[in-house]
Design a protein around this ligand. Structure first.
Ligand SMILES: [Zn+2]
Length: 472
C-alpha cells in the first residue's frame, strides 16, 4: 500500500533524532531510508523535520500545510475584504500553502502607518508604508499564535478602478505566488483595500533603491553584473512556466541588502486594468512600447520569447545608460519602424559579443531568440569568469570610450532631454495594420550606426521619465 503519511510506529522510532538531517548518525540515516519509502515524505522529513503538532513531516521550513490550513481556517470568520472573489483567493492560498511564501494575507488598511507616495504608473500608484501588526511568518506552538515580522516596511500597489476587480485578474495572481520563493522576484504578501476609494491594493516587498531606470546613470556594480542578475530572475520566471509580459527597466527594482545591491523583478503579469474582462483582455496589448516585441505589437500573444526581446532592449539600455528611443515619439510610426527592423543603437562602443547577443535577443523571429537560461549562463560567465578574449573585448571598448573627447562621467554637465511623447509607463498599445516583422539589413540600419560621441550629451536631470516602478 502507498505510504501517504508516517504511521505512529515509524514516528516513535524517529521522533528523537536531531533536528537537522545532516547531524544524523549513519545508522539513523539507514533506518530513515528503510522506514520512509515514499520519496516525497522522505524529502520533506530530511529538509524540514517533523511538525510539532501533527508529527508528520513539515511541508516547508517551519511550516506544516495541514496544521496551518486549520489555523487559517479558524480565522476565516474574523476577516473579509468585502469581495467574495478576493476572500476566496486569499483563503485558498492559505489552505494550499506548502510554505510561508505561498500564502496571501488580508490586512486592514488602518494597520498601515507612515504611508508615503512613491510613484505613479500606468495602472495606479505605488506608496511605501509600515505594516505595524506585521506579516505572518509561521505558527508559534507555545503561544498558539502566529509569529509575525512586525513593523515591516512594504510597498503598496494601488490598483486603479479595482473595486470592480475581475475574477480573471485575480486568477492571474495565483501562479505568481510561486515566484515568492525565488530571490530575484518581488514578493507578494497580501491584499488590502483603500477605505476612501474602495480600490484594492497589493501589499508587496519594498525595494529601497527604486528602479533600474532611476539607477541607470549610477550603476555601481557594472553592466555585466546587473544583466546576469536580471537574466537569472527572468530564468526563474520562465522555469516556472510563466511569462512576465511587461518586462522593462521600470519593473526591475534595486534594494540594498547589506552588504550589496540586489536586483528584483516586479509586476509579473499585473500589467493590465484590474477591472478588465477577459473578452477585452485577449485583444488588448499593454506595455511600454520600446520593450514590446514586434509580433506582440501586431496582436500575437505574449510568449517567453517576447520577454527575451524585452531583455535585449534592457541590454542596450544598461550599456547606454539612457532609456531606449528617448529622443522620439512612442507612436504608431515607431511601432511600424520596429516591425520593419528598427532597433535602438548603442551610444558608446560595446564589445562585439554584446552587439551579437543584443541582436539575437531582438531578432524579429521569436524562434531565433535565445532562452533565459542561456542568457543567465552567458552573462554570469562573462561577469564572474571571463576568458581572455572576452576581457580583451571589454577592455578595448572601455579604452576607446575613455578616449572620446566628449565622454564624461559627470552627468551634471550634459544637456539633453527626452521627447515629450516618449512614454515609459505601461499603457494600452493599439496599432492597426502593422507590417510583418522583419530584421533590418544591417548595412543600412542607421540606428545601429549612431555616432557614439554625440549621444553622450545627456542631462539626466531633464530626462522626462517616470521616476519609479512604472506599471502600477
Ligand atoms: Zn502538522
Amino acid at each position: 500500500m502507498e505510504q501517504e503519511y508516517l504511521s505512529e510506529d515509524i514516528i516513535e522510532q524517529i521522533k528523537d533524532f536531531p533536528f537537522y538531517f545532516q547531524h544524523f548518525t549513519k545508522e539513523q540515516k539507514l533506518l530513515i531510508d528503510k522506514l520512509i519509502i515514499n520519496e516525497e515524505l522522505k524529502s520533506r522529513y530530511k529538509n524540514y523535520g517533523l511538525c510539532i503538532e501533527c508529527r508528520q513531516p513539515n511541508t516547508g521550513s517551519n511550516w506544516c500545510q495541514s496544521c496551518n490550513a486549520k489555523h487559517f481556517q479558524q480565522d476565516f470568520k474574523n476577516w473579509t475584504s468585502g469581495n467574495p472573489d478576493v476572500d476566496k483567493l486569499i483563503q485558498e492560498s492559505q489552505l494550499n500553502a506548502k510554505s510561508e511564501d505561498e500564502k496571501l494575507i488580508w490586512i486592514e488598511y488602518d494597520r498601515f502607518e507612515n504611508i508615503k507616495y512613491i510613484a505613479k504608473g500606468g495602472f495606479g500608484t505605488i506608496s511605501k508604508a509600515i505594516c505595524k501588526e506585521g506579516i505572518i511568518a509561521n505558527w508559534n506552538y507555545e503561544t498558539n499564535q502566529w509569529n509575525k515580522y512586525s513593523d515591516f516596511t512594504v510597498a503598496l500597489k494601488h490598483l486603479n478602478n479595482s473595486k470592480d476587480i475581475t475574477l480573471e485578474f485575480l486568477n492571474e495572481i495565483i501562479p505568481h505566488l510561486r515566484m515568492n520563493k525565488y530571490e530575484h522576484t518581488i514578493k507578494l504578501y497580501g491584499i488590502t483595500k483603500d477605505l476612501n476609494t474602495n480600490d484594492f491594493i497589493m501589499v508587496i516587498e519594498y525595494a529601497n533603491e527604486g528602479s533600474l531606470r532611476q539607477m541607470l546613470d549610477k550603476l555601481s556594480y557594472g553592466e555585466l553584473y546587473i544583466l546576469s542578475e536580471i537574466a537569472s530572475g527572468l530564468n526563474d520566471i520562465h522555469k516556472e512556466g510563466l511569462i512576465h509580459q511587461d518586462f522593462h527597466s521600470g519593473n526591475i527594482l534595486y534594494s540594498f541588502v547589506n552588504p550589496a545591491d540586489f536586483v528584483f523583478i516586479a509586476d509579473l503579469g499585473l500589467c493590465r486594468p484590474a477591472n478588465e474582462k477577459s473578452v477585452q483582455h485577449n485583444k488588448n496589448v499593454y506595455g511600454v512600447l520600446p520593450y514590446v516585441a514586434p509580433e506582440v505589437l501586431r496582436g500575437k500573444e505574449y510568449t517567453q520569447a517576447s520577454d527575451i526581446y524585452s531583455f535585449g532592449i534592457i541590454i542596450n539600455e544598461v550599456f547606454n545608460g539612457i532609456p531606449p528611443y528617448h529622443d522620439m515619439a512612442h507612436d504608431e510610426f515607431l511601432a511600424i519602424r520596429i516591425c520593419q527592423g528598427f532597433r535602438p543603437g548603442f551610444t558608446i562602443k560595446v564589445p562585439q559579443l554584446i552587439e551579437d547577443i543584443f541582436k539575437q535577443c531582438v531578432d524579429a523571429n521569436p524562434l531565433k531568440r535565445p532562452t533565459a537560461e542561456y542568457l543567465k549562463v552567458l552573462f554570469s560567465k562573462w561577469n564572474y569568469a571571463a576568458d581572455s578574449e572576452t576581457e580583451k573585448q571589454f577592455s578595448e571598448a572601455a579604452k576607446f570610450n575613455k578616449e572620446q573627447p566628449s565622454s564624461t562621467n559627470n552627468s551634471t554637465e550634459l544637456t539633453y532631454t527626452t521627447h515629450p511623447q516618449a512614454i515609459y509607463t505601461s499603457r494600452l498599445l493599439k496599432f492597426n495594420n502593422l507590417p510583418e516583422p522583419t530584421n533590418a539589413d544591417n548595412t543600412d540600419n542607421d540606428c545601429l550606426e549612431e555616432d557614439y560621441s554625440e549621444s553622450t550629451k545627456i542631462d539626466f536631470t531633464k530626462l522626462n521619465i517616470s521616476n519609479s516602478q512604472d506599471n502600477i
